[in-house]
Design a protein around this ligand. Structure first.
Ligand code: ADP
Ligand code: MG
Length: 354
């Protein structure tokens, strides 16, 4: 396993010397620690696959350098980089048995037969395909084929890193949950460097030690799931992570308090040093609905099992609140903000100074 350094990586599929707009990756400068479990999270089209393919060597970046344990591998092939990659759709040999599909990458590298057998059997257990070992891959379901694909990535423990590109997309929800926790156990046991691409926050937050949030070709925040939840650096992160996402509203800062309409909101101490027009972000979990605070109207109530999402309206501003089981909505509803859930943004949802 290796530490991976991405040095000022940029990539344009169609180079345009006059404009930066065409960069699928604008600037990625970051290190993945040896043995780390990273999730690359972001909406479709933000550049996750592009970045992953640059790490694996399927794609050569337009600018920048890639280092594995300090060694420049920018110009090496995928094979030379010694990387395992699992794609969104299964890549397997249809005419081979399930067993041989897993054994192939090991035999290819000259691993002794006894070890091949041990590793393959162990991996088949893990992905719950042991009883299918001697079946031809051709006859299997899409689900099972994708598990083989996953197994082919996991069977090799000598690689510098294992890269996953939305590998559970075609897997049914229950199995998805099982495999996700398997991956976590595996990471803890073998200390693989893992980079896991997904657009699904649940997947990212359960799998990763560090979540790398991407937006429009850039990394906007890297943090633990808790950091991303409590202290999103950009309103985009607050919006994208959480369900529903963070409430964001324009406010004016005056002597340590935020003003919204005629209301004053107490800020956490020390008070935000910025003045003037900014944006206040607060997650629905930190808004209280009761008889005290700012009077609101109820726009909508959504039942989500144990909780309700109550969409309130304060003037023209919609503010979502999470309300626990059995909690009544008062006849004259008011909301109050828990100061510890308040984040202030001087520069919101604009990434890279646009
Ligand atoms: P993600 O994996 O996050 O969905 P991608 O890395 O696939 O995003 O794509 C990032 C951007 O690059 C998108 O705007 C996409 O349209 C563009 N793109 C991806 N692949 C190609 C390609 N082969 N040729 C041209 N543009 C591409
Ligand atoms: Mg992709």
């Amino acid at each position: 396993m290796a530490r991976i350094d991405l040095n000022h990586i940029r990539h344009a599929y169609v180079p345009n010397p006059k404009s930066d707009k065409d960069y699928a990756l604008k600037e990625v400068h970051h290190s993945w620690e040896d043995g780390g479990a990273y999730a690359l999270l972001g909406p479709s089209g933000c550049g996750k696959t592009t970045l992953l393919n640059i790490i694996s060597g399927l794609l050569h970046p337009s600018h920048g350098q890639l280092l594995f344990d300090g060694e420049d591998v920018t110009n090496l092939s995928t094979q030379e980089r010694n990387i395992a990659q699992v794609f969104q759709f299964p890549v397997i040999y249809d005419t081979m048995t399930v067993y041989d599909n897993l054994a192939f990458p090991l035999r290819n590298r000259g691993v002794p037969a006894a070890e091949v057998d041990r590793k393959v059997k162990e991996t088949l257990e893990m992905i719950d395909l042991a009883s299918w070992a001697n079946k031809k891959a051709r006859g299997l379901t899409a689900d099972q084929k994708q598990k083989i694909s996953l197994g082919r990535g996991l069977v090799r423990s000598d690689v510098n890193a294992i890269l996953f590109d939305e590998p559970l997309t075609v897997i049914d929800p229950h199995m998805k949950w099982v495999l996700r926790s398997q991956l976590k156990v595996l990471h803890q046991r073998f200390g693989y460097t893992m980079v896991y691409v997904t657009h699904d926050q649940t997947e990212a937050l359960t799998f990763a030690q560090k979540v790398v949030v991407m937006y429009d070709g850039e990394i906007v925040q890297i943090g633990t799931p808790e950091e991303l939840f409590e202290r999103p650096k950009h309103t985009f992160v607050g919006y994208f992570i959480g369900s529903p996402g963070m409430n964001v509203m324009p406010v004016e800062i005056e002597s340590g308090a935020a003003r919204i309409g005629e209301h004053q909101i107490q800020l956490p101490s020390p008070a935000a040093p910025i003045g003037g027009k900014v944006e206040l972000g607060i997650r629905p979990e930190y808004v209280r609905l009761g008889r005290l605070g700012m009077p609101v109207q109820i726009a909508k109530v959504e039942d989500i099992g144990r909780h309700k999402i109550v969409r309130t309206r304060l003037g023209t501003q919609e503010i979502a609140v999470i309300v626990g089981e059995g909690q009544e909505i008062p006849a004259e509803p008011h909301i109050a903000f828990d100061p510890k859930g308040i984040n202030i943004y001087a520069d919101s949802w604009r990434v890279g100074g646009n």
